[in-house]
Design a protein around this ligand. Structure first.
Ligand code: S3P
Length: 176
């Protein structure tokens, strides 16, 4: 029986790892619904990520992120691309591991710094030295990403299509 489109796949990793692009490609490959968790937060709160951080602080954003994740993991078959900080809460990591198959897109600090140099809506990187912030955050989070993940994809040298194909293959194997 083909159960390849049943279940929840979660994609985690640092900002710039390609989670949203890969998640959308993967979902269409597997014929599954795609959910970008940041977008779900934005549409539920009717505020941009920047506005949430400015008005409610990181703390407010993390609350919204936790609630959005909880709701998305409640039911259905889907691919969820999570924001880079989702693993900061222990309960999020636990929920993810329990309810989804979790794939970590792992990139090096150098790669992250290069990819994030173009900007984007990332309030955590708005200080004077975004490169240094990336280094600090990645070091703080490295262990948490590994603990939350079932499988790791070394993504530095891979394009989004290739990563989606790799995850689809691993997922089908896992489900068979
Ligand atoms: C964050 C990552 C962002 C977004 C928010 C916080 C983080 O998502 O959720 O700005 O703490 O790493 P992306 O990883 O999709 O950029």
């Amino acid at each position: 029986m083909d159960r390849g489109s049943e279940g929840i796949i979660a994609i985690i990793g640092f900002m710039g790892a390609g989670k949203s692009t890969v998640g959308a490609l993967l979902a269409s490959r597997l014929g599954m619904v795609f959910v970008d968790l940041d977008e779900a937060i934005v549409s539920r709160s009717r505020k941009s990520i920047n506005e949430i951080f400015a008005e409610e602080g990181e703390r407010g954003f993390r609350e919204r992120e936790h609630e959005a994740l909880r709701l998305e993991l409640e039911e259905g078959s889907k691919v969820i691309s999570c924001g880079g900080g989702v693993v900061l809460r222990e309960d999020n990591a636990r929920m993810l591991r329990d309810k989804a198959r979790v794939y970590l897109l792992k990139i090096s600090k150098e790669e992250a710094i290069e990819r994030l140099a173009g900007g984007g809506e990332r309030p955590l990187l708005e200080g004077d030295d975004p490169g240094e912030t990336v280094r600090i955050l990645m070091e703080e989070r490295a262990e948490r990403y590994l603990e939350a993940a079932h499988e790791v994809i070394e993504a530095d040298e891979m394009g989004p299509e290739e990563i989606a194909e790799e995850i689809a293959a691993r997922w089908r194997k896992y489900r068979s």
